[in-house]
Design a protein around this ligand. Structure first.
Ligand code: ATP
Length: 458
């Protein structure tokens, strides 16, 4: 993409500069692969999650919501196979003491020897790597004050298993029959040792997962349905279609229980990477938990008298990776009046702040009228008031966080109760009556939208 000016360094620096996302525990020197979200980051992430819930339970009738516990009974992970198999192969270097993923020691993963960064680990003159050992990615902790056998528990490495454990309970109260889904959003934890690319790979991360339970014979049809539905969802967030693709897993990549898996990938500045995995999990999970718990986890159709273990289609997405894709896709640099500008051309529905209200000067009753306008808008959309600095600087500040509209109060506003609405992308300024402003902006927010970066590329 020769026109794309975005790099991961620019995203990291913008996020830090504007307090969107920044390293956690910074006063102690930070902690690996762990980040905090500031005000605008929280708003952006919340928009992603809201859009997901809208697609899962707002736009459809066949999915219900769940919020299961992060710490589940330890036998959960025995049954799911995570205790035995959720591992990465690791090697240690006896010389530098660093640990690497054995399957990432190639140019593609850009992992470098700490002593000689021009070569891969193991290729430096002093490198002395151990044999690969399997390392479980689950964080272990203990329940209660005494560390004794039987009290070991795990922080969930995915939210999905909580859904399977509650399958029977939900089936009982949700009055649904297959095909139906259970959706949940929540934190998961993985002891990732690969140095991450910003928030792409973190130790704790939010997942948006949905398990869709279907009659066995319909599984493939529903798998295809979810591939399409999930690709559409990313496009509806405003992500450019030419930066999204579906990649089917090769036979040797598939988990042992999956008959088909595809990843939705985004062309990040670091290359094509997974945003979301969509898997046909068959009846593996329900069967495993039924065996380990002794509970029947099946569906009985009273009309047909048929009894079966549903098959499961799982779209599993990461909130952080979707947020990062939005930031990368929206990032742009241009010139206004000879001055460089950094701008996030986000879909207005994804923008952390929809409208900023700015009095041209901090006197002549302009701030008072601006507060009145702000109060008029704040119930309808996320609004910000800013009176600090020149109007140009204030526009730049809003451009950097992707605010689609700035409403400016000037001397004319006091005379005729009109304001100007400045558009982040076209830079046009329209005069609008204050009384009509909430509806005008709400209409813009609902209007069809296409990335302005695509318009330029054309
Ligand atoms: P990867 O191969 O990149 O490690 P995965 O295939 O193990 O990912 P899944 O288990 O399919 O990931 O998890 C579903 C989604 O959860 C991923 O598509 C991704 O968006 C998100 N995710 C998984 N691990 C992490 C992580 N360490 N940090 C941030 N997001 C993650």
């Amino acid at each position: 993409m020769p026109d794309d000016v975005v790099t991961m360094d620019k995203i990291v620096s913008l996020c830090k500069r504007r307090g969107i996302i920044f390293p956690a525990s910074e006063i102690y020197g930070g902690i690996a692969n762990t980040y905090d979200y500031g005000h605008y980051g929280v708003l952006l992430k919340r928009n992603v999650v809201d859009a997901w819930w809208q697609a899962m339970i707002g736009d459809r009738d066949d999915i219900v919501a769940l919020d299961s516990a992060i710490i589940q009974h330890p036998r959960t992970w025995e049954a799911s196979g995570h205790l035995a198999g959720f591992t990465d192969p690791l090697v240690d270097c006896r010389t530098c003491g660093q640990r690497f993923r054995a399957d990432h020691l190639d140019a593609e993963h850009d992992v470098r020897c700490p002593r000689k960064p021009s070569v891969l680990p193991g290729q430096g003159p002093d490198c002395n790597l151990t044999e690969a050992r399997e390392f479980n990615l689950m964080f272990e902790t203990t329940i209660g004050p005494v560390q004794e056998a039987g009290s070991t528990v795990y922080l969930r490495p995915e939210t999905a298993q909580g859904i399977f454990l509650d399958f029977k309970t939900v089936l009982g109260f949700a009055r649904r029959k297959p095909p139906f889904g259970i959706a949940q959003v929540g934190k998961s934890f993985r002891n990732e040792i690969t140095p991450g690319n910003f928030i792409f790979r973190t130790l704790e991360f939010e997942q948006m997962e949905m398990e869709y339970f279907v009659p066995p014979d319909d599984a493939h049809r529903w798998y295809l349905h979810w591939l399409e539905a999930r690709m559409d969802w990313y496009e509806r967030l405003g992500i450019r279609g030419d930066h999204l693709r579906l990649r089917a897993h090769e036979q040797d990549e598939l988990s042992h229980y999956s008959s088909a898996t595809s990843d939705v990938e985004y062309l990040y500045p670091i290359g094509w990477q997974e945003l979301e995995g969509i898997a046909n999990r068959g009846n593996f999970d329900l069967t495993q938990h039924a065996q380990h718990s002794g509970e029947k986890l099946e569906y009985f159709d009273q009309q047909s008298g048929e009894r079966y273990v549903p098959h499961v289609i799982e779209p599993a997405a990461g909130v952080g990776r979707a947020t990062l894709a939005l930031l990368c896709d929206a990032y742009d640099e241009d010139q206004i009046g000879g001055e460089a500008r950094t701008v996030l051309k986000l879909h207005p529905q994804m923008a952390p702040v929809k409208v900023a209200v700015l009095p041209l000067v901090r006197k002549d009753a302009q701030p008072e009228l601006a507060h009145e306008v702000r109060n008029l808008l704040r119930r309808r959309m996320q609004t910000e008031y800013d009176e600090g600095g020149s109007i140009g600087r204030r526009y730049r500040r809003q451009d950097e966080i992707g605010t689609p509209w700035c409403v400016t109060i000037d001397h004319q506003s006091l005379e005729d109760r009109t304001v100007t609405v400045r558009d982040r992308d076209t830079l046009t300024q329209d005069r609008v009556a204050i009384d009509e402003l909430p509806d005008v902006l709400a209409g813009k927010l609902e209007a069809p939208w296409i990335s302005p970066k695509l318009l330029v590329e054309d």
